[in-house]
Design a protein around this ligand. Structure first.
Ligand code: ASP
Length: 422
């Protein structure tokens, strides 16, 4: 069976099993051995396995991508386009979120609950900038600091290219290493359906539906609707208009990665699968995606920006505070920064929301109001986050002539990750 279908089936099964088990959380056998035992351990194994690959995969594939660029100068035009499109899609995401939230007004009439939320540390944007250049590369690898690893890998790849004969040997070594790392991705993907099942079952078993019904339903639905609209309208039209690429083929090809993102709530952890989909199903060459995807998983969070936009207006409405046009513009600016600063791991988007609320002069404790239902939203926005990275990747690859259109347009989507015959 094709892997996307299999993951989907296991995901739905996980949701059903989790919802049923939610009724029995009082039973210590079910709670301790199944939900917090088997499901917890199984899910963590899957996430760990994906994360284990993250650093080697990013390092090796960027090095290979950069040193196999026919013209290293291409890197400049590629970065320019990629970062430009990442910013554009995030700004569009926020605009959509703010427009929808202003029309629907999900926070109006919201009974203000006693909420408590402990402020957590956020990373100031200036620090994100300073941290771009690693002072200690071993530390960057150990702590999986993605931006630093990306920068180091690019420099390393360029150095290989410019080192002539000695560089050639290193290049060959990295090319072989890359094959091996990709094989590990293959092995782990075999377990993806089970991993996703465990993660979803545990989430649904511990999910508090009551919090949703306590007036948060309209906020919840609005975020989901905005996420879906953004994917269809923004990515769909950018792919079609700028990239002349069929959006339906794109979404079909990205399906396994979207489901994995949904299960793991982490763009970083999903990265191996995103790379796999973009290469095998969309035909994007490594020189492009090896650079654009890790960067996107780190700085491009359209789904997170949408949540932050809707949440800010929702909280303002719930407190009966009218935001001026100037404040709204500030929200767009700070939420763009906040989403760039959001790490691709579960739940960080909500922490970064603090900065946006502060800027808009809204109470940070209000986050407590939406905390309870954020888990499910995190899953959905992560799926959009990685889809945005892939959409920009496909468009940039198209404009750089780095996409194999025969693979892209092949009706048989190779979501089972088998090598395509030439
Ligand atoms: N979980 C999200 C991601 O990894 C980040 C967030 O919004 O919390 O993409």
């Amino acid at each position: 069976m094709n892997i996307s279908v299999k993951i989907l089936i296991f995901m739905v099964a996980g949701a059903i099993v989790g919802t049923i088990l939610h009724q029995f959380t009082g039973n210590s056998l079910i709670n301790d051995y199944l939900i917090n035992g088997l499901f917890h351990v199984g899910g963590k194994w899957f996430i760990n396995a994906l994360k284990m690959l993250m650093v080697p995969l990013v390092f090796v594939s960027i090095v290979c991508g950069v040193c196999s660029l026919a013209d290293p100068k291409k890197l400049g035009s590629m970065s320019f386009k990629t970062i430009g499109l990442y910013l554009l899609t995030t700004a569009l995401a926020l605009t959509l979120a703010l427009i929808l939230a202003s029309i629907v007004k999900p926070g109006d009439g919201m009974p203000l609950k006693e909420v408590s939320y402990q402020a957590k540390d956020t990373i100031p944007f200036i620090q994100v900038l300073i941290n771009l250049i690693p002072s200690n590369i071993v530390e960057a690898f150990v702590e999986a600091k993605m931006l630093q690893i990306i920068i180091f890998s690019i420099i390393f790849g360029l150095a290989i290219t410019y080192s002539g004969k000695a560089g050639e040997k290193v290049r060959e070594f990295f090319m072989s290493l890359n094959e091996v790392v990709l094989e590990i991705v293959n092995i782990i993907m075999k377990f993806a359906p089970y991993g996703v099942f465990f993660l979803i079952a545990k989430t649904f078993a511990s999910f508090d539906i009551q919090a949703l019904l306590n007036g948060l339903l309209s906020y919840f639905i609005l975020v989901i609707v905005a996420l879906i609209l953004h994917a269809i309208i923004t990515y769909g039209s950018l792919l079609k208009i700028i990239g002349s690429l069929n959006p339906i083929v794109f979404f079909k090809g990205m399906w396994p990665a979207m489901l994995t993102a949904f299960g793991t709530s982490s763009s970083n952890a999903t990265l191996p699968v995103t790379m796999r989909c973009v290469e095998k199903n969309l035909g994007v060459h490594r020189n492009t995606y090896s650079f654009t995807l890790p960067l996107g998983a780190t700085i491009n969070m359209d789904g997170t920006a949408i949540m932050q936009g809707v949440a800010t207006l929702f909280i303002a409405q719930a407190y009966g505070i009218d935001l001026t046009a100037g404040q709204l513009a500030m929200v767009v600016l700070t939420a763009t920064m906040a989403s760039i600063g959001t790490a691709g791991v579960p739940g960080v988007g909500l922490i970064m929301l603090q900065g946006v609320l502060l800027q808009a002069g809204l109470p940070i404790e209000a986050i407590g109001m939406i905390l309870g239902i954020d888990r499910l939203l995190d899953m959905t926005r992560t799926a959009i986050n990685i889809t945005g990275d892939a959409a920009v990747t496909a468009i940039v690859a198209k404009s750089e002539g780095e996409i194999d259109l025969d693979v892209y347009n092949d009706p048989v989507i190779h979501s089972n990750f088998e090598e395509k015959e030439a």
